[in-house]
Design a protein around this ligand. Structure first.
Ligand code: FAD
Length: 395
């Protein structure tokens, strides 16, 4: 099957679906493919924290009419260390907030909006490669669920296919990027229990890190630092709760049945190139961060805001300037977010080879942050998200 469109988008994650939505608002047609089924996409649990700018884009452009109704606004988090909690008040420090609204709910909203508008979105179609990147007719070669060949020819191909996609290779080569691996991972659980805390708790303890997050009145999300090789099934529920309790000393956890568990490895990555000719990478395809700073999906949204403006200029005004500038402009924010994610990770987690000096220095660092107006302001500014580019207002 041969398809011709203006923008071919590989990946129906937050980056791909939001890009398609914003392009449609500019009158630019696109085709989105994803290797997974709709049910799988809508049930995969990942991000939960949306920056203020992300929420404003989703709400103002009609991408989600539920984010403000169903999402929970949070004006602070607790940093817990040395047996005490310290609240970072975002509203007080920078006058901003974050929202707790799960990524799969954002995806449900975006998929529903696209299908309701009769726009082209194809599930279970897997891109195999991208060809002719350096021409003005790049192509995606893909297979549908029955093995049939699908070829999508476009003015621009966007790789929004995540950290294991194929577009990265067409742009940056399979290994072309800055890469950092961490000697620990997160053990994540979903449990049936009431919330243990009104706000998120990021806890540094002598046994390692834990994050007490929430999903709803009945379901909670919690994580603790673990070995990347850990087998999620190797722990009994009692062991999981014992570890979590020991990681947030001074807080009483509300416990309940654990119904999902996974081990999440930590990586930082930034591709050497985000664009080759008419093929562009956005979101996790171009960069990944450890989840500690809650930046991954928010960065994908920031990329997409910039790219929409660049594609509008290219495809409606034949102006290549913004597309030429796209990687440099996007990388400013990407490296700030890389730093913040790395910094939060290193400040809160226990390095496997840490000695007493390291532990005490880490506590000194945490005290510097919570005890200083400037420290709290930096944390709040980065966590709630730097302002989006001015183009966001016109989308
Ligand atoms: C446990 C966890 C917690 C997180 N918490 C946060 C948070 O609180 N805040 C935050 O901002 N971020 C968070 N993140 C990160 C966030 O989930 C990702 O950064 C985000 O999903 C990136 O979106 P994306 O659209 O770029 O990529 P993805 O969501 O990975 O989407 C890529 C899509 O492409 C599809 N695809 C892949 N290969 C192909 C192919 N060959 N052909 C066709 N389709 C393909 C995939 O099926 C997928 O649907 C978290 C991540 C995890 C794992």
């Amino acid at each position: 099957m041969h398809v011709r469109t203006r923008v071919a988008i590989i990946g129906a994650g937050p980056a791909g679906l939001l890009l398609a939505h914003l392009l449609d608002r500019q009158g630019i047609e696109s085709v989105v493919i994803d290797s997974r089924s709709r049910a799988e996409i809508e049930s995969t649990i990942r991000a939960g924290i949306l920056e203020q700018g992300t929420v404003e884009v989703l709400d103002r452009t009609g991408a989600s009419d539920r984010v403000l109704r169903v999402g929970q606004r949070h004006e602070g988090v607790e940093l817990r260390f040395g047996g005490e909690g310290h609240r970072i008040d975002f509203a007080d420090s920078v006058g901003r907030a974050v929202w707790l609204y799960p990524q799969h709910e954002v995806l449900k909203d975006l998929i529903a909006a696209r299908l309701a508008a009769g726009q082209d979105l194809r599930f279970e179609v897997t891109a195999e490669r991208v060809e002719d990147a350096e021409t003005d007719r790049p192509r995606v070669v893909a297979r549908d669920a029955r093995g049939g060949r699908v070829e999508i020819e476009a003015d621009v191909v966007v790789g929004a296919d995540g950290s294991r996609g194929v577009a990265r290779e067409a742009v940056s080569g399979a290994y072309g990027g800055h890469f950092r691996e961490y000697p620990f991972a997160w053990f994540g659980i979903l449990c049936e229990a009431p919330p243990s805390s009104e706000e998120l708790i990021y806890s540094n303890s002598p046994d390692g890190f834990a994050l007490i997050s929430r999903r709803s009145a009945e379901v909670q999300r919690m994580y603790f630092q673990c070995d990347p090789q850990d087998d999620p099934e190797a722990y009994t529920e009692e062991q999981l709760w014992r570890i979590l309790r020991s990681r947030v000393p001074g807080t009483t956890l509300r416990e309940g049945r654990v119904f999902q568990r996974d081990v999440l490895r930590f990586r930082s990555f930034v591709a050497h190139e985000m664009r080759r000719g008419r093929v562009v990478l956005v979101g996790d395809a171009a960069h990944t961060v450890p989840p500690t700073g809650a930046k991954g999906m928010n960065l994908a949204v920031a990329d997409v805001v910039l790219l929409t403006d660049a594609l509008r200029a290219l495809l409606l005004e034949r102006d290549t300037g913004l597309l030429d500038a796209f990687p440099r402009t996007a990388l400013d924010r990407i490296w700030k977010a890389q730093h913040f994610s790395w910094w939060m990770t290193s400040m809160l987690h226990l390095q496997p080879d840490a000695d007493e000096f390291d532990r005490l220095r880490q506590l000194g660092e945490l005290r510097s942050v919570v005890g200083s107006e400037a420290g709290r302001a930096y944390f709040s500014e980065a966590y709630t998200g730097w302002p989006l580019p001015p183009a966001a207002a016109d989308l």
